[in-house]
Design a protein around this ligand. Structure first.
Ligand SMILES: *Cc1c(COP(=O)(O)O)cnc(C)c1O
Length: 353
């Protein structure tokens, strides 16, 4: 608390990111980072960009990167926005599209940053309960509202909605923006990108942080019709004209081009996810069907908090959310097979002990 804080700063409840420990080395399965990391070609491009031109500002419009991304979805550069991680794009979208008088809707269990942005920008919102199986009922997302935000696959459940369900949400809500946050889509869900030409109220947001192993570079993008993209650009150009630096632009562009690395590493993650899900089920865990690079699990007899500390003592970090309905669950990121084996071994001891 400080007497210099504005009322809004005093009231904020900032988002808590997963722990990034500095004191000792852990097997980090707590923040959904990619075990295989960025494309070596992307790293080469970042190194090559580390030269004298860094004295010059980067392209404020990120034109080349946006054109490259757009082309791969069959969309023009005017249908793509690029930002400093998708979190920044979410912030701009909340700021720009959801400040109407009706309430913004999102599921009660979802990415907790949505609520934080609502508080930051003074957006009223209502959470829509997931059903008992942690699924979103598309019919529950309708009626008068100020907009809709869906993570697909959802976080931290990992459960995906199919394209028909996303379409039905769009059709039910033609007069508000429907934002689909596809941070994990590449691990097994269907992207709504192909619905962009059809729906003027759809904004799809993706990131390089998860499936492209570039969480440290901070690059995300949004796809939507030009009027939505222009709205985001107006905010960006009133906030920070250069959200993507030269290294990020070079690295993201090269990463996007290296489809071989992308395909191979995401396949490894998906294969390992299936193996981990089976391993955990055989230890008595309830494992939600995941289309993401993590599993959301709960044990029949062991409390999540005890497992969390037990794992930590053995040098393994996973994520626990201190929140209604999910406080007996753990979110476990998919790592390498070796990391997965280590986790299963420790878990076996903890559930037997
Ligand atoms: C990780 C994540 C993001 C943010 O990703 P960045 O691009 O790194 O900012 C957004 N939405 C969800 C659901 C995520 O899990």
């Amino acid at each position: 608390m400080s007497r210099f804080w504005s009322p809004i700063v005093s009231k904020l409840v900032p988002y808590t990111p997963g722990e990034q420990p500095k004191d000792r080395s852990f097997i980090k399965l707590n923040t959904n980072e990619h075990p295989y990391g960025p494309s070596p070609i992307a790293l080469g491009a970042i190194r090559a960009a580390t030269e004298d031109s860094l004295r010059l500002y980067p392209d404020p419009s990120a034109g080349a990167l946006r054109a490259t991304i757009g082309a791969s979805f069959g969309l023009g550069v005017d249908h793509v926005f690029a930002g400093n991680g998708s979190d920044e794009i979410l912030a701009h979208a909340f700021h720009g599209f959801f400040s109407g008088k009706d309430k913004l809707l999102f599921p009660d269990i979802t990415y907790s940053f949505y609520k934080t942005y609502c508080e930051l920008y003074g957006i009223s919102h209502r959470s829509v309960p997931l059903d008992d199986d942690f699924r979103i009922d598309p019919a529950s997302l309708g009626g008068p509202c100020g907009g809709i935000v869906l993570a697909n696959p959802n976080a931290p459940t990992g459960i995906a909605l199919d394209l028909a369900a996303v379409r039905s949400v769009l059709e039910q809500n033609p007069d508000v923006v429907v934002l689909v946050d596809e941070a994990y889509v590449d691990f097994g869900a269907e992207s709504a990108a192909r619905l962009v030409p059809e729906f003027d109220n759809l904004l799809v947001v993706q990131t390089f942080s998860k499936s492209r192993g570039l969480a440290g570079l901070r690059v995300g993008f949004a796809l939507g019709q030009p009027h939505l993209i222009e709205g985001l650009q107006r905010i960006k150009d009133s906030f920070n004209s250069y959200p993507l630096d030269r290294l990020a632009l070079a690295g993201a562009e090269a990463s996007w081009q290296d489809t071989a690395w992308f395909e191979e590493t995401r396949r490894l993650v998906i294969t390992e996810r299936h193996r981990m899900a089976e391993g955990l089920r055989s230890l008595g865990f309830n494992v939600l069907p995941s289309a993401a690079n993590f599993l959301f699990v709960s044990h029949e007899t062991r409390a999540a908090r005890d497992l969390l500390t037990g794992l930590r003592d053995e040098g393994i970090l996973v994520r626990h959310f201190n929140k209604d309905r999910i406080d007996n669950w753990l979110r476990i990121s998919i790592g390498t097979e070796e990391e997965g084996e280590a986790l299963l071994k420790v878990m076996a001891g903890l559930v037997a002990g």
